[in-house]
Design a protein around this ligand. Structure first.
Ligand code: ADP
Ligand code: MG
Length: 694
């Protein structure tokens, strides 16, 4: 139990001491800080006064100590003292309102995994990420009961979870049992909400499950924070008795935090601590002429090869700039990357490495480690039956990078909300009475396996992707897609083997110029926070020339489309990211060229259409190359023509084959096309061997 009534507390009334503090505390500029805050509070019709704890420490160290030790009594006193002041300034407002003293910036934040019995009853501060929130509920604080027989009224203050009600009428003359009815209109309620705060993913020791803490917020603290927000909560650690499934009370208690204050942390340098010594190192590093190569080389140095993928990941870690156009349209700055490749090609390793480097990085599997999956979900607590809005991986990595392994294994609901999450960078949900839109402003680094387990070189990219798992609508949201194949090749294999065996043998010496991961992480955080580059005229010119040149190839309508405006936006993001890597505020022609080079690598590997020998972005955007789309249309035309010649009767399949062959389409292609059309519901088979359009 917290000890109450220390010497100091006995010698003077804490309420008077707080009153003195509010009245006379002067900040460094000599202003009466809390007098001003209270005046403002009254003006804005607010009910809470926020006290910066260091001020209290500076003013009255003993009083501050007491607040930490016996918070219930002292916060009550601090709150009553507010009323005392408001009474003078605005007596009417004071009469009708309950005020709260809320504290922030306590001396230390206690990690969730270090919470112990010693903290029970104390005022503590914790930091974490808000993962769940119930809808706002109304909690009864003062119940008014009336006897149905004699009309006698009685008021009962409510404190606990269980409703307190009189067993019999309180009027001795009546005393009837079970006759007291609750008068809802006359009773008093206040807003109530239950939240769950979880350890931040980047703070989690490797291989550990994140710890959770239940937080109860009331009154003006409800709906201050949403799932996905990084929060700092000040509150009293409390316990509640656990119950067995049968309802029997157990001797164990679980802890929860009764919130006194909750604040949403602004993303930024706060999370990655950068000292002035660090800053010196960062600025020094940025001066090296080969800074880009050094950063790229410092990404997963234990993984051999994949230079262009590492380059892409480097750009992703820094990210482009989000833009809001004058008409309110927002365009993301985050760069999304997909790796598709054979098993055992270090995809997972690369993702894990990126998640560790990125400020607010998170690594998860497509299946999602929680019920909320990749986006968000409304979940029901098994024990209490309460509904919660729970944030998934993309929301939790808001303003960071979500590394999603086994991306093709995500479930259908996630797939549906992935479109919104990746482009608009929000997740909307409406279920079980909970309606919310959460932020998911993160970059996605995803890895997926090819359709047949291994990448088949003889087939084009779209044929190697399972369209039901990764439809073109999702693929088209990636800025860059890379295919990793595990093709045996002697020279490459020898170098890889040497590299990996050196690592295993322990004789691996760090390559020269590799930046230590801790410093690189700080460098990235610094650049993301401080540097917001703008395109130079030369950079714009370069990107425009490239775009026009590529588009020029497609003029004439039927030739493949090598590039679309989506890639244009991607190029800008990549070039901006490259400028950020050198802590440069201007995007140079050189940045644009590097972005174009990388884009070409992607287009020529993924967008290459074997049939026409040219680049065709429709392979990604539409799921089939233009050359095939045309042939498919041809097949459709043949069916239509034959159907018309038979007055709309079903067409025998053999006739379709014959006609198609006459037009130069192979039987194999037509067979495949018919199968796909049937799957897409364009045609059906009324009887075997006959086809009809729907
Ligand atoms: P994937 O996720 O692509 O199936 P993993 O990331 O699980 O593959 O990698 C399998 C193992 O092979 C890992 O231990 C990884 O370090 C090793 N490996 C594969 N390719 C390389 C490479 N290029 N350089 C170093 N190690 C590699
Ligand atoms: Mg893997």
């Amino acid at each position: 139990m917290p000890e109450i009534g220390s010497e100091v507390a006995l010698t003077s009334d804490p309420r008077l001491r707080f009153l003195e503090f509010y009245r006379s505390f002067e900040d460094r500029k000599g202003r009466l800080k809390y007098r001003e805050r209270i005046r403002k509070m009254i003006l804005l019709r607010q009910r809470s006064l926020v006290v910066d704890f260091p001020d209290l420490v500076a003013y009255d160290k003993d009083l501050a100590k007491e607040v930490l030790k016996a918070p219930t009594i002292f916060i009550e006193a601090a709150s009553k003292a507010i009323t005392d002041i408001v009474k003078i300034d605005d007596p009417d407002y004071a009469k009708s309102t309950v005020f709260y003293a809320r504290f922030r910036r306590l001396p230390e934040a206690i990690p969730l995994r270090s919470l112990r019995a010693e903290h029970i009853g104390r005022l503590i501060m914790v930091e974490g990420i808000l993962t769940r929130a119930t809808p706002v509920k109304q909690q009864l604080t003062e119940a008014v009961f009336q006897c149905e027989a004699c009309g006698e009224r009685t008021i009962i203050a409510q404190e606990g979870i269980v409703l307190r009600q009189p067993a019999r009428c309180t009027n001795p003359a009546c005393g009837k049992r079970g006759s007291m009815r609750l008068l809802i209109e006359e009773s008093k309620f206040r807003d109530w909400q239950k939240l769950v705060v979880q350890e931040r993913p980047e703070e989690l020791p490797p291989g550990q499950l994140p710890r959770n803490l239940e937080v109860i917020v009331r009154d003006d603290l409800v709906d201050r924070a949403r799932p996905g927000d990084r929060v700092t909560v000040v509150g009293i650690l409390n316990v509640k008795q656990e119950r067995a499934v049968s309802g029997a009370k157990l001797s164990t208690f679980s802890t929860y935090l009764e919130a006194n204050n909750i604040e949403v942390a602004e993303a930024g340098l706060g999370e990655v601590e950068i000292t002035s010594e660090d800053e010196r190192k960062i600025l020094e590093l940025a001066k090296s002429p080969d800074i880009h190569e050094r950063i790229i080389r410092s990404i997963a140095p234990s993984i051999y090869g994949y230079e262009h993928i590492k380059e892409a990941v480097a750009y992703q870690l820094f990210g482009g700039e989000p833009k809001v156009y004058p008409d309110g349209v927002r365009v993301r700055g985050d760069i999304h990357i997909l790796l598709v490749g054979d098993p055992g090609t270090a995809k997972s390793q690369l993702l894990k490495y990126a998640a560790r480097l990125a400020p607010r990085g998170l690594y998860t599997s497509g299946k999602g480690s929680t019920a909320a999956g990749l986006t968000a979900a409304v979940v029901r607590d098994k024990r209490t039956g309460e509904f919660y809005l729970e944030a998934g991986a993309l929301v939790l990595s808001d303003k960071g990078i979500a590394c999603i392994d086994e991306f093709d294994k995500m479930d259908n609901e996630d797939r549906a909300s992935m479109h919104e999450a990746m482009e608009q960078q929000t997740v909307s949900i409406a279920k079980a009475g909970i309606v919310a839109t959460l932020n998911a402003r993160c970059a996605v680094l995803a890895a997926a396996n090819p359709k047949y387990g291994r990448y088949v070189y003889e087939r084009s990219f779209n044929e190697n992707i399972d369209e039901r798992k990764l439809p073109p609508t999702i693929l088209s949201r990636f800025d860059l897609i890379f295919v990793i194949t595990d093709k045996p090749e002697r020279g490459h294999d020898a170098r890889l083997a040497e590299h990996v065996l050196k690592l295993h043998g322990g004789t691996y010496v760090e390559e020269e110029g590799v930046i230590p991961p801790e410093l690189l992480r700080k460098y990235i955080a610094y650049a993301r926070e401080r540097i917001h580059p703008k395109l130079s005229v030369e950079a714009i010119e370069k990107i425009k020339d490239f775009y026009l040149e590529m588009r020029g190839r497609a003029e004439g309508g039927s030739s493949p489309v090598p590039i679309t405006p989506r890639q244009l936006e991607s190029l800008v993001r990549l070039a901006e990211a490259r400028a950020k890597m050198a802590l440069r505020e201007i995007v140079t022609a050189e940045d644009a060229e590097a972005a174009i080079r990388l884009m070409k690598t992607y287009l020529s590997s993924v967008g290459y259409d074997e049939e026409t020998g040219s680049i065709d972005i429709d392979i990604v955007m539409v799921g089939k190359p233009r050359s095939q789309q045309e042939k498919i249309l041809k097949v459709m035309d043949i069916i239509k023509m034959l159907e018309e010649s038979r007055d709309g009767e079903p067409v025998p399949v053999n006739e379709i084959y014959e006609e198609a062959e006459a037009q130069g389409l192979s039987r194999e292609f037509v067979e495949k096309t018919l199968r796909r059309m049937r799957n897409d519901g364009l045609i059906y088979e009324p009887r075997t061997g006959y086809i009809k359009r729907t």
